[in-house]
Design a protein around this ligand. Structure first.
Ligand SMILES: Cc1cc2nc3c(=O)[nH]c(=O)nc-3n(C[C@H](O)[C@H](O)[C@H](O)COP(=O)(O)O)c2cc1C
Length: 312
């Protein structure tokens, strides 16, 4: 601090990177006095919200600070032990009853993909140059089944119901509760009317949620993607109470892990099918939730993926 101006100029001449480092830190850490009272919550203002959390809370940090599980915290053990009760086990075993079959659209059987795992994992890339070539319902069914399809069962029989079994899916889920649903926004799929649907894994069907085309450009900011070329988009919807009654705050963390597993299965399947796709973080959460009839309180859109075909 006591160095002369000449000495500082000398350091800067000797270490030119110092100027850009100082410029970067000024640009990326300066927060206006007014940032807490404007609608624009720039990431750096939010991260610095920890300085005045009452007006500018950083929700991610609050979640993690409150997520203090330790061996002395009995809440989790209590929640989990309740789920071994007969009625809780039976409701997991009969989760298929929540699916609505009246008006549901049967999907073709999924294709059995033969591509080698290593080459599929290596070939998966986010690609954004959608050509507008329509997807088939078989391709869509294959992608959805790999992400969320039912492929096994766990026997949980009790004297009251000896044959009870929990259906298991292709992506893991904490406690087999499956709190994430996949919504489909069909834009250009052969044999399927444009509109919003929900994938129902037990019956391998689509339940219509909202008929008619959806302008994807109203739902997300994706300057580098020609959204008209997309065949269909997927929104991953987390139903908070499906797993939080058992896991408390860990329910959200589990759900985000599960979304990652589902979407990776989806990307591997579309890669093996020769389709392209890209995840999108820049979706308008509230608009999408209105579109998909999610209340935004218990049911939240937590991720979004675009799928289709590239140029051949
Ligand atoms: C949660 C998440 C959000 C993403 N959001 C966007 C996005 O909004 N726009 C985009 O072009 N790519 C998005 N991507 C794709 C990443 O840019 C891409 O995965 C990354 O550049 C690595 O490239 P690769 O997927 O081809 O290996 C997202 C990926 C993830 C996992």
């Amino acid at each position: 601090m006591k160095d002369s101006e000449e000495a500082v100029s000398g350091y800067l001449a000797e270490h030119p990177y110092l100027s850009s480092a100082a410029g970067f830190s000024q640009q990326h850490t300066s927060v206006s006095l007014h940032s807490a009272t404007t609608v624009v919550r720039a990431p750096e203002a939010v991260v610095r919200g920890r300085w005045s959390p009452s007006v500018n809370a950083f929700v991610g940090e609050e979640l993690l600070l409150n997520h203090r599980r330790s061996s002395r915290d009995m809440g989790m053990n209590l929640g989990v032990s309740r789920y071994y009760a007969h009625d809780a086990v039976l409701s997991s075993a009969h989760s298929d009853l929540a699916e609505r079959l009246d008006g549901a659209i049967a999907l073709p059987e999924r294709r059995r993909l033969k591509s080698a795992l290593t080459s599929t994992v290596v070939a998966r890339r986010s690609e954004r140059a959608f050509s507008g070539k329509p997807a088939t319902t078989e391709e869509m069914a294959t992608v959805l089944w790999h992400g969320q399809g039912v492929s096994g069962s766990l026997p949980v029989g009790s004297p009251q119901d000896p044959d009870a079994a929990v259906p298991l899916r292709n992506a893991p889920s904490g406690g087999g509760l499956y709190p994430v649903r996949v919504a489909v926004i069909a834009q250009n799929v052969k044999g399927l009317n444009p509109g919003c649907y929900e994938y129902q894994p037990h019956s391998h069907t689509l339940f219509p949620v909202r008929p008619g085309p959806v302008a994807l450009s109203d739902q997300l900011w994706a300057a580098d993607v020609d959204l008209n070329g997309v065949s269909f988009a997927l929104a991953y919807v987390y139903d908070l109470y499906v797993n939080s009654q058992k896991y408390g705050d860990s329910g959200l963390i589990f759900a985000l892990i599960e979304v990652g597993a589902i979407s990776q299965n989806i990307h591997l399947a579309r890669t093996a099918l020769g389709m392209i796709g890209c995840d999108q973080g820049g979706y308008d959460k509230q608009r999408l939730e209105r579109l998909l009839h999610c209340d935004g309180t218990t049911r939240h859109v937590v991720h979004f993926t675009l799928l289709g075909h590239g140029e051949v």
